[in-house]
Write a protein that binds this ligand. Structure first.
Ligand SMILES: Nc1ncnc2c1ncn2[C@@H]1O[C@H](COP(=O)(O)OP(=O)(O)O)[C@@H](O)[C@H]1O
Ligand SMILES: [Mg+2]
Length: 365
């Protein structure tokens, strides 16, 4: 190692201070959408501060980021410092020299201090990123919930308005039909009116579910057999579609205040969607878990999952990507309404590596 003259010492200190200044300006000017660029600039700046910067490589690793200032030699000597985010190690910064020409002694004490300071700065930055992301998620969720509840109110209004005329159409059509001999053209036409009215009444009923306007029969129930029964009823549909399933239930009983019929409806709607989107021989996993305050029911499939641009829309009435005639877009709306009227929540997550996961959380109250 070359002897350090006072001039050289001074030059090194200036390089280190310049780096600190640069790193703080990089962080101030950080664009949260381009965090990788920020980290890369920090790596370059840190590299410039080193005594033998031409041969040094700075590596910054913090999932999902992995940035290197230049290619790393096969064998290196290095110094390392953790990046802590909320007091938890979330990656590290490493400074390497190729082991062929350097030893650990080539790192200056000041450089180790500099590494530590930069690592702390990067940790602070990542903390701010994480706070920002959480805020954005919460904000998006609240906006989403707001939009759905406004939609619920409008829907409830429309559904109520339609109920009476629909009942009249159905009632009078049935009355006319009872006066008409069988098998005439008029009787067949009346059948069409009756069937359409029944179909419309079903749509209105589903909208009422979405708007949480359906009467409920809440009873403290062990929901384990409710799930098993629903899966048994669905078994033939699984077989018909060449889809497999596994059910993961707790050993004992799980009591929850629910409307059993509505809970069954939730399972049906979610599982039927999962089957529809499953590949041949795909596996659908249904799991029930009990924690101190909550009961969660998870339904996961291995289909294509839901593209990001649709995840905000899937609970809205009439949103469907299924072919015309295959879907009404009301299944998840009904599910959402039922869960909400049970004071629970439903969330969507992408399955790894592919598929949809719906997570329902009921408070144990
Ligand atoms: N398991 C799933 N995998 C992929 N997409 C799904 C899944 N479940 C729901 N979706 C998406 O959400 C949309 C709305 O579902 P839903 O409200 O049940 O209506 P429908 O089944 O009539 O289309 C579906 O058309 C589809 O785009
Ligand atoms: Mg559906």
């Amino acid at each position: 190692m070359a002897k350090m003259t006072p001039e050289k010492n001074l030059k090194e200190r200036i390089k280190e201070l310049t780096c600190l200044y640069e790193v703080s300006s990089i962080i101030v000017n950080n664009d949260f959408r381009e965090l990788d660029k920020t980290l890369y600039s920090i790596a370059l700046s840190l590299r410039k501060a080193l005594q033998f910067n031409k041969h040094a490589t700075v590596e910054i690793v913090s999932d999902p980021f992995h940035l290197v200032s230049s290619t790393i030699s096969k064998k290196t000597v290095f110094i390392i410092h953790n990046i802590n985010v909320f007091n938890e190690p979330k990656g590290f910064i490493k400074i390497h020299y190729p082991a062929d020409n350097y030893t650990k002694k080539d790192f200056l004490v000041e450089e180790k201090k500099l590494l530590k300071t930069v690592a702390i700065n990067v940790g602070d930055l990542l903390e701010r990123v994480s706070i920002r992301e959480n805020e954005a998620v919460i904000k998006r969720k609240m906006e989403h919930a707001d939009r759905l509840s406004i939609l619920g109110e409008i829907t409830a209004g429309i559904a109520h308005e339609l109920n009476t005329p629909l009942a009249n159409i159905l009632g009078f059509a049935e009355l006319l039909k009872s006066k008409e001999p069988e098998n005439t053209q008029t009787s067949r036409d009346l059948d069409k009116i009756i069937n359409s009215a029944i179909f419309s009444r079903e749509v209105v009923k589903k909208l009422m579910f979405f708007a949480c306007e359906m009467p409920q029969n809440l009873d403290k129930t062990n929901i384990v057999p409710v799930i098993t029964d629903a899966m048994n009823l669905l078994d033939p549909t699984f077989k018909k579609n060449d889809v497999k399933y596994q059910v993961d239930l707790p050993e004992g009983e799980v009591f929850l205040k629910v409307d059993t019929i509505q809970l069954t409806q939730v399972i049906f709607n979610l599982v039927l969607n999962a089957i529809y989107f499953s590949p041949k021989n795909g596996v659908i996993s249904v799991a029930l878990k009990e924690t101190k305050n909550n009961v969660t029911l998870t339904i996961a499939d291995q289909g294509p999952g839901i593209p990001a641009e649709n995840t905000q829309k899937i609970f809205q009435p009439f949103f469907t990507t299924k072919a015309v005639g295959d879907g009404s877009g009301l299944g998840l709306s009904v599910v959402h309404g039922i869960i909400r009227s049970h004071r629970g929540t439903i969330d969507y997550q992408h399955n790894d590596p592919t598929g949809a996961v719906f997570i329902i959380t009921f408070p144990k109250q």
